[in-house]
Design a protein around this ligand. Structure first.
Ligand SMILES: [Fe+2]
Length: 285
């Protein structure tokens, strides 16, 4: 099984000046069974940015392109609707409005906003069968509406947990926008809640984006005895600070003993795109 991991496309003002068609051809030259997009597909969550991001993602030749929502995508009260309309339309896991919650703007005021759907979190699970193995994608919305910092709602995670417990699967993969190990400027403020969730479901692989930096980690909790891998992908196609490269990741033979990670860095040199590829044997991480 092969997985392509992209992140932080940032359509809108922060989108790069490179040729998206060449980028698409490069992505499509890999043989991915699943494509994971870990959020910030837009710059400001505007409808035209969502449309452009959706068109780009539709150009990826893979049956299962799964996207998570990022803080930049969640900057207006229609963000959750636009995300489902243009990026990824699936059954969202809700909680009742009567439940006591801590996450700000988790429910919009129906009287004032007149939105059709007033629950703003995009959480979903999807089961995908690959080579006889059942992969369970668990997508958790780590964003709080209007904020760059992340926050996860425990009550939401409990409902997602109930859904997971009803299923049988071989390989659970967690997708989230913010790092759950992060110490960046706009971190997931209550990341311990999501780490508890990872331990509870024995999730061994977590995928994220957000910082525009590459970070490949393996972490072990000596008390709980749980180990997980944490893959943070840099930005695919944003304008970056000078020390961040555009990039994407390709996990070859994912979950097997001969798994490897291809780090594909992307450079713009006088309008031409150059790719520089490096391969890490997973066993040597
Ligand atoms: Fe972000």
């Amino acid at each position: 099984m092969n997985i392509l991991h992209i992140s932080d496309l940032h359509f809108g003002p922060r989108h790069w000046e490179g040729d998206d068609q060449i980028l698409l051809e490069k992505l499509n030259s890999f043989n991915a069974d699943i494509v994971i997009n870990t959020g910030d597909s837009t710059t400001d969550g505007l409808e035209d940015e969502y449309i452009a991001a959706g068109l780009f993602l539709a150009g990826i030749k893979c049956k299962d392109v799964l996207s998570t929502i990022g803080n930049h995508d969640k900057r207006n009260m229609r963000s959750h609707e636009l995300f489902q309309k243009y990026i990824y339309n699936t059954e969202i896991i809700h909680i009742p409005e009567s439940v006591q919650t801590q996450k700000k703007h988790l429910f919009l005021n129906r009287e004032i906003t007149k939105v059709r759907e007033n629950f703003t979190d995009i959480n979903f699970i999807k089961s995908i069968s690959i080579n006889g193995k059942s992969v369970l994608i668990i997508n958790i919305d780590s964003n709080e509406l209007y904020s760059d910092d992340g926050f996860v709602e425990k009550e939401v995670l409990d409902v997602v947990s109930e859904r997971i417990n009803r299923l049988e699967y071989d390989l659970p993969l967690l997708l989230t926008h913010h790092s759950i190990l992060g110490t960046d400027e706009c971190p997931l403020k209550n990341s311990s809640v999501l780490i508890d969730f990872v331990q509870k479901h024995k999730i061994e692989y977590v995928f994220c984006g957000h910082t525009h930096e590459l970070e490949l980690m393996r972490t072990t909790d000596l008390y709980h005895g749980h180990t997980f891998f944490h893959f943070m992908c840099g930005s695919l196609s944003s304008c970056n600070h000078s020390n961040d490269d555009n990039m994407f990741l390709y996990y070859e033979n994912f979950g097997s003993n001969d798994m490897s990670i291809h780090i594909v860095r992307i450079f713009l040199e006088g309008g031409t795109i150059r790719f520089k590829e490096e391969r890490i044997l997973f066993g040597k991480m």
